[in-house]
Write a protein that binds this ligand. Structure first.
Ligand code: GLP
Length: 240
């Protein structure tokens, strides 16, 4: 794993440069995208570069990692709305080629269809990840089998607690979500994981230095041939 430790501001710039390089060489690249507060600065930088004509998403396709189950369509905290608000409405990607799993159709066939669509698009060129305080990626919580594909899952109590800041109360935080599986993520040709802030330090230590175990979903990345981890100084505090 390549590990880059820098300020959050520089990380956004460096990760954005990785997207520039990818899209310059492959304008129709397939991007795996993520939500949460972690990618916000990167998305702002991608929007700035796009508006400056320094990157184009006009031929790109995207697939998001996950979506809450049970939020009404158009709920501002749904990941579809998050992506529209924080990235898609600011760049030139055709909305029809942006995919977010459906939080309404939770059938097995919808999950299989999401996997099939990724494959039909040619597979993920670059998957972006944040990391949960408990080491989750997407909504693949500790214990998720490494062989998993897109599926519905229950959120860990600590994940609901961490995400309640976006809702008016814990009761409003969905209990379930649909998420790409660990295998879906590992099938990406390249992966970027960004970790920011002191709350991520222990999860990042376990991911990078701990054993590869389903108890720490992100630790599976040790087995991937092309992973870049960007960590700010606080998240990287336990790495030496
Ligand atoms: C969320 C998302 C993850 C994200 C993580 C961390 O619940 N499903 O994709 O990486 O938790 O979120 P944040 O970036 O806000 O710390």
């Amino acid at each position: 794993m390549k590990i880059i430790i820098n300020t959050a501001e520089n990380i956004a710039r460096q990760a954005a440069a990785q997207y520039q390089e990818l899209l310059r060489g492959k304008p129709d690249a397939v991007l795996g995208l993520a939500t949460g507060s972690t990618p916000l600065a990167l998305y702002a930088e991608l929007a700035r570069l796009n508006q400056a004509g320094e990157i184009s998403f006009a031929r790109a396709t995207s697939f998001n990692l996950d979506e809450y189950i049970g939020l009404p369509k158009g709920h501002p905290e749904s990941y579809r709305c998050f992506m529209d608000r924080n990235l898609f409405s600011h760049i030139d990607i055709p909305l029809a080629r942006t995919h977010v799993p459906s939080g309404a159709d939770t059938s097995e066939s919808a999950a299989l269809a999401y996997e099939a669509e990724i494959e039909r698009a040619g597979g993920l060129d670059l998957q972006l990840l944040g990391i949960g305080d408990n080491g989750h990626i997407g909504f693949d919580e500790p214990g998720t089998p490494f062989g998993s594909c897109t599926h519905c899952t229950a959120l860990a109590a600590s994940t609901r607690e961490a995400n309640k800041r976006f809702f008016s109360s814990l009761d409003e935080v969905p209990t379930h979500a649909v998420t790409m599986g660990i295998r879906t993520v590992m099938n990406a040709r390249a992966i970027i994981l960004i970790a920011l802030g002191p709350n991520k330090a222990e999860a990042l230590r376990a991911t990078v230095l701990g054993e590869v175990t389903e108890n720490v979903p992100a630790s599976v990345l040790q087995l991937h041939p092309n992973v870049t981890i960007y960590a700010d100084y606080e998240a990287a505090a336990l790495l030496n």
